[in-house]
Design a protein. Structure first.
Length: 70
């Protein structure tokens, strides 16, 4: 089983995409030297997902290249 990857965060560390505007349903991202954290803006007290910088870079590269289009 993979060991949990986490690091310390404050609410101020999280940013919301400009695409969200005033909509309440969006993700919040915290980019830190240790990695990237992702949470749901509707309920930030729920589970926060943590990614290494390598995992996040692979994900964003896939988004940019269109790997997730249906």
């Amino acid at each position: 089983m993979k060991k949990a990857f986490t690091f310390q965060l404050k609410d101020d560390d999280f940013k919301v995409s400009g695409w969200c505007g005033n909509r309440p349903k969006c993700v919040q991202v915290a980019v830190k030297p240790q990695g990237v954290a992702l949470r749901d803006s509707k309920d930030p007290s729920k589970t926060t997902l943590f990614f290494t910088n390598g995992e996040w870079n692979a994900f964003t590269k896939g988004v940019i290249s269109g790997d997730f289009r249906q």
